[in-house]
Design a binder for this molecule. Structure first.
Ligand code: PEP
Ligand code: MG
Length: 555
């Protein structure tokens, strides 16, 4: 048995086998060839190899995850045999005298773009499949091993050097048992996603990652951050016991469902759920959320190879609102870029993308994309109690411009006879020191503030949230940050706005009393953190809270 120690960023214990995820960096050069027939033979051989891989994957998926999920490999087989696709590859090789890899990459671009432009949603989704299948042939041509997306049949502990948020969501969240990365911090979106999905996760296993071969039996303890490779019998028994104890604790937390979030001395607050998409909503309901306090809408864009349409977004928002049965749902508009990069908006390759063109800046620069989202949101508003929240606001002008766009959208819908609700709450995220410093002015413009402590921490302390060195309490509990939260809450209340925390600090139960003493009205946390937070609130007595607050902020 070998023990690897990293940092636990999402609790839970997983038993499984290691699946290595290495980004298949396929670079294809255009080479001039003399013999097109020879090149076509190479292409055919690679295609046969790819077909065999797909057959194997189909069979495995059939037994492990059922026919419906296995069908994707069938679709890939069909694409491989598509006569137009094959003619295109052959045509490029024969007419340009170029290598097969290059011809496949050209066909991949042409066909995926063609599918992406189609009206029909099903056909549009095939765009990503064309790219996948082309990558598979290119890997065969280049003699590269299959990569991790082959593990969509899952049941594995994914180990990677690092994982971007878009890779994490695309890894088949239903079947991944745990994530382990060589790098990564507690507040990266990958760690946040793991907590949201309630999947054990360990970061910072460092260079141990490079000694993993893949296929090893492993137990992951996401709370302590430990990996047991080829565990012995004693460890297995111990971990089974620990898992049983965790399940018992979970059951006892479940008895808190249906209770109010109220302190011993009668202070009541709301506890809602952070979700990355529709798929997390059932976990939010199971954990008795008071609504959705943060719907990270950008994951819809990260999961897709095309801009999500108005209709697609409308259906998602409608379903979330309906499933919350009148409880508040706050949807954050597209917060793209920084560590959430997608080719859709062109990757930001500057040195400091977190200080670059992201979130509301992108939206105001791309009103076409922004309007689509605003229209979908307003149309969905009639199905529940919607709040719309704008990320990364730094000025009154930004919020006014945004509200003007929203007013135009409302006018448009009215003219088209499409119903929407007039009482949709409008809020902004407070996640920059600039927003805190002018929170008195911003509060006049909105119904609520939601404090994004993850970004607020990095921008206040000049401490990259992706850097694990800054996960310690001296950073995340920094007095400057706590004072900013107090200032924001005071300024919100002066103007009659309410204030919540939706950053990870909201789930830190060592600070709950302090936040309530500051006047925070609402907490929004990962679904699995809702009941531990309720337990904490129920045990709090706030008499004396003011004194603790004064000592903490000034002492
Ligand atoms: C935050 O910054 O605290 C926040 C909630 O937004 P995100 O983590 O998605 O950047
Ligand atoms: Mg943020």
């Amino acid at each position: 048995m070998k023990i690897i120690q990293g940092k636990g960023v999402s609790g839970g214990i997983a038993f499984g086998r290691i699946r290595l995820y290495r980004r298949a960096d396929i670079s294809v050069n255009q080479l001039r060839i003399d013999d097109p027939d020879e090149e076509l033979r190479r292409f055919d051989a690679a295609k046969q190899q790819a077909l065999q891989q797909l057959d194997r994957l189909y069979e495995r998926a059939l037994t492990e995850v059922g026919e419906e999920n296995a069908q994707i490999f069938d679709v890939h087989r069909m694409l491989l045999d598509d006569p137009d696709y094959n003619d295109s590859v052959e045509g490029t090789i024969r007419s340009l005298f170029v290598n097969a890899e290059y011809a496949v990459s050209v066909a991949s671009d042409d066909f995926s773009e063609m599918f992406a432009a189609m009206e029909d949603e099903y056909m549009r989704e095939r765009s990503a499949d064309v790219r996948d299948v082309s990558r598979r042939i290119m890997r065969c041509l280049l003699d590269l091993s299959e990569d991790a997306d082959d593990d969509s049949c899952g049941g594995s502990v994914i180990c990677a050097d690092d994982l971007s948020p878009s890779e994490t969501v695309q890894l088949g969240r239903e079947t991944v048992l745990a994530f382990c990365t060589a790098q990564g911090s507690a507040n990266s979106h990958t760690a946040i996603l793991a907590r949201t999905m309630n999947i054990p996760a360990v970061t910072g296993i460092g260079e141990e990652f490079f000694y993993l071969k893949g296929g090893e039996e492993v137990i992951v303890d996401g709370a302590s951050g430990t990996l047991y490779i080829d565990p012995d019998l004693r460890t297995k028994k111990e971990m089974l016991r620990k898992r049983a104890a965790e399940m018992k604790r979970r059951e006892s937390l479940m008895t808190l469902r249906g209770m109010d979030n109220v302190t011993k001395d009668g202070r009541r607050v709301n506890v809602l759920a952070n979700v990355a998409g529709l798929q997390d909503v059932s976990a939010a309901i199971d954990n008795d959320c008071g609504g959705i306090g943060l719907f990270r809408s950008e994951f819809m864009y990260l999961e897709s190879s095309d801009y999500p349409t108005e209709e697609y977004q409308f259906r998602i928002y409608k379903r979330v609102l309906e499933s919350m049965k009148g409880k508040r749902v706050i949807i954050r508009t597209l917060d793209i870029a920084a560590d959430k990069q997608t080719e859709l908006f062109g990757s930001d390759r500057r040195d400091n993308p977190a200080l670059g063109f992201r979130a509301i800046r992108v939206c105001l620069n791309r009103p076409d994309i922004f309007r689509t989202q605003l229209r979908a949101l307003m149309r969905a508003s009639v199905y529940g109690s919607l709040g719309i929240m704008f990320p990364m606001i730094i000025s009154v002008e930004e919020i006014r411009e945004t509200k003007a766009l929203l007013a135009q959208v409302r006018e448009e819908l009215k003219a088209e006879g499409i119903p929407y609700r007039d009482d949709v709450e409008i809020g902004i995220m407070i996640e920059t020191p600039a927003a805190v410093m002018i929170s008195d002015l911003l509060a006049k413009e909105v119904d609520f503030f939601s404090i994004g402590s993850n970004d607020l921490t990095q921008y206040t302390l000049a401490a990259d949230r992706l850097n694990p060195e800054f996960d310690s309490h001296s950073y995340v509990h920094h007095k400057a940050l706590l004072r900013m939260i107090k200032m924001t809450a005071d300024n919100a209340h002066k103007e009659g706005a309410w204030v919540g925390i939706c950053g990870e600090l909201g789930g830190d139960t060592t600070l709950t009393g302090l936040f309530i003493a500051m006047g925070v009205d609402e907490f929004s946390v990962s679904p699995s953190q809702i009941l531990p937070l309720r337990e904490r609130i129920l045990g709090l007595d706030m008499s004396g809270g003011e004194k603790v607050l004064a000592t903490t902020l000034n002492g």
